[in-house]
Design a protein around this ligand. Structure first.
Ligand SMILES: Cc1cc2nc3c(=O)[nH]c(=O)nc-3n(C[C@H](O)[C@H](O)[C@H](O)COP(=O)(O)OP(=O)(O)OC[C@H]3O[C@@H](n4cnc5c(N)ncnc54)[C@H](O)[C@@H]3O)c2cc1C
Ligand code: SF4
Ligand code: SF4
Ligand code: SF4
Length: 584
């Protein structure tokens, strides 16, 4: 053994190789080990897994799975897994509860049996960190720069955190009484408990972020004033307005409201939001995730909830998961209907007039629109009445850009360049729902990327242009190694007594369940030291150095390698390329 290590210049070169740190935002392939130019031997190439490529926050998902299943060694795997997540996303406990997990939809394992339960593992890591009061890394040495963050939702908080850890002084200006944005005023406590929300926000504030709540930029201070008083400004004001129904009775009728106002009113006033009036039947119009949130809150308030959707169940815009949760809670559904009038009895809602909807004929305008609702049209003279005493329109959100006209140039959203900088303004950046209404993970990712751009500008560092991710697909994996298994499922609280049940419904996996679920990860694009190449190499050309970092444990002795390709054919995670020579 020693003779090879002592005498092999290739091995020495590999051991001396200055391995670059893996960065999800710079995900080009990197050659981890290489040797001479004999055109025949294996090279180890790390690629971006599709889960990370699909996570807008940019989490190193493969990294925390490899920690939990102990492929990557660590003195405290849970604390290290937490550090790995919060490098990109400071809200693992929140995201583990409510992210719809685009990462799972892209996970290679989904094509083998079922996706890895990434969101559930994230939930378990977030929970561990809260229970063990794990802090974020402290603020970096003071840079002398001051940045204003407008809006204390996920985008603003993510940006504030990333700036503060880089040593910049940060002040958040928030119009609402509390931080959290739509996670507090839209996502109800039965999905994210306020203890969890407050704890993950507090962890950021503990780094020394200053907060001014109850300050609306545009009303109490102008964007221009902030821009002059700070080295940079980040705008993360989200989309704060709900859309009311534009039908007779849609405006100005008590108990005819929109989803955003309905949910925010509960967060602000609790059950007092109903102003003492008994509400028995709530009709929710819409077919998205937010409509499910409204129905589930109405049920918890003790009402019956009916969701009226213009489209059949199969075409609803909401995720299957949200739909099934609403059904399990007891919501009723009327498909293929739309509301054309809100009916009043004096002051109060007594019902709605509906029409039947039918699919547009092929070729008719909108027949194949992206938004399911637009593919349908009313059936003439099909109207009928449905009784209810409250109507909540869940038909989308809108932005409120008053005071930000300089940034929007009259548009309803703020435009940004590739660095999240607002064109035409010297030091103003933006991210989150104010760019395009989307998800928390998107807001978190954009807040981080804007912070990185602000940091680079303030320090005068030139940034390398973004490169296209080299994402590893199924075609490069060798699946024989992975026995079929099912995704771990989290427990949901029994929905028998939904009324008054404002506690969280989703329980995290246990530590053992989470570690076992991480074991299902195929480590796409990075060696996980399975030793198959070493065992199958007919030349005994492959050596393992167990104490090297993950991805850097295997080395080929090119003096012995005959270029048979067996290792590349056997490697489960597609880490070996044959093709050393030109181009590398
Ligand atoms: C009902 C509902 C349910 C949702 N459920 C999910 C879910 O399950 N999973 C998911 O990933 N996403 C969900 N979303 C989407 C998610 O909440 C948003 O994408 C995310 O919160 C956007 O973050 P943001 O920071 O850009 O904006 P916001 O969260 O809206 O935060 C913006 C903040 O800016 C403040 N602000 C606004 N104007 C000013 C001003 N002029 N001055 C100072 N402060 C200002 C606001 O008060 C707010 O605190 C949901 C949204 C809603 C409405
Ligand atoms: S934030 Fe969402 S997309 Fe990203 S890893 Fe977590 S669940 Fe997946
Ligand atoms: S198997 Fe693992 S590395 Fe591969 S896409 Fe899924 S979670 Fe990511
Ligand atoms: S076969 Fe196993 S040990 Fe060899 S490179 Fe691939 S993952 Fe690593």
């Amino acid at each position: 053994m020693d003779d090879i290590a002592d005498s092999n210049p290739i091995l020495d070169a590999a051991l001396d190789y200055p391995y670059v740190e893996y960065k999800a935002e710079e995900p080009l392939s990197r050659v981890v080990a290489f040797g001479d130019h004999s055109h025949k031997c294996p090279v180890y190439v790390e690629r971006t897994p599709p889960c990370t490529a699909a996570c807008p926050a940019g989490e190193d998902i493969r990294g925390y799975h490899n920690l939990l299943r102990e492929t990557e060694r660590s003195a405290d795997k849970w604390a290290e897994a937490f550090r790995r997540i919060v490098d990109k996303n400071p809200f693992p406990a929140i995201m583990g509860r409510v992210c719809p997990a685009p990462c799972e939809a892209s996970c290679n394992r989904a094509k083998v049996d079922q996706s890895v339960g990434i969101n559930a593992v994230e939930h378990a890591i977030g929970q561990y960190a809260l229970e063990h009061k794990l802090p974020l890394e402290p603020a970096g040495p003071a840079s002398g720069h001051r940045v204003a963050v407008v809006g204390g939702g996920p985008a603003g908080l993510s940006c504030a955190y990333q700036l503060r850890r880089r040593g910049h002084a940060v002040t958040i200006y928030e119009a609402a009484p509390k931080l959290g944005g739509m996670v507090r005023y839209g996502i109800m406590g039965y999905r994210v408990s306020r203890d969890v929300l407050d704890a993950e926000i507090q962890r950021i504030l503990d780094l020394g972020v200053e907060v001014k709540t109850g300050v609306a930029v545009g009303r109490d201070v102008t964007l221009e004033e902030l821009s002059r008083a700070h080295d940079a400004v980040f705008v993360g004001i989200g989309a704060q307005k709900g859309r009311n129904l534009r039908v007779p009775g849609g405006e100005g009728t008590p108990h005819a409201t929109n989803a955003i106002d309905f949910l925010a009113a509960f967060e602000r006033d609790g059950e007092a939001m109903l102003r003492g009036r008994q509400v028995r039947d709530v009709l929710v119009l819409g077919d998205g995730d937010v409509a499910m949130d409204v129905a589930r809150l109405a049920l918890r308030l003790g009402a019956r909830a009916t969701v009226a959707s213009a489209v059949p169940r199969a075409e609803m815009a909401c995720s299957r998961y949200e739909l099934e949760e609403a059904e399990a809670d007891g919501a009723s559904f009327r498909h293929g209907v739309s509301v054309v009038e809100i009916l009043r009895d004096g002051e109060h809602v007594r019902g709605v007039r509906c029409v039947q909807m039918e699919k547009k004929a092929k070729g008719e305008e909108g027949w194949n629109a992206k938004i399911p609702f637009l593919r349908y049209k009313p059936v003439p003279r099909s109207d009928f009445e449905v009784a209810c005493d409250m109507v909540v329109a869940s038909i989308g959100q809108a932005t409120d850009t008053a005071g930000f006209e300089q940034a929007t140039a009259g548009a309803p959203f703020i435009p940004v360049d590739a660095s999240y900088k607002v064109p035409g303004l010297a030091n103003v950046y933006a991210g989150g729902d104010i760019l395009k209404i989307d998800l928390i993970t998107t807001a978190v990712g954009q807040g981080r990327k804007a912070a990185e751009a602000i940091d680079a500008t303030l320090r005068g560092i030139a940034r390398a242009p973004a490169t296209r991710a080299d994402v590893i697909g199924m075609d490069r994996l060798h699946l024989w190694y992975f026995p079929k298994s099912e995704m771990a499922r989290r427990k949901h609280a029994c929905s028998e007594a939904v009324r008054g049940a404002f506690h969280e419904v989703l329980s995290p996996l246990t530590a053992a369940e989470a570690a076992s679920e991480s074991g299902r990860c195929m480590s796409c694009g990075q060696c996980f030291s399975c030793r198959q190449c070493l065992l199958y190499c007919p030349q005994e050309a492959i050596r393992m150095f167990k104490s090297n970092p993950i991805g850097e444990t295997m080395f080929t002795d090119y003096a012995k390698c005959v270029g048979c390709h067996i290792c590349a054919e056997i490697c489960p995670c597609g880490y070996i390329d044959m093709g050393m020579g030109e181009g590398l």
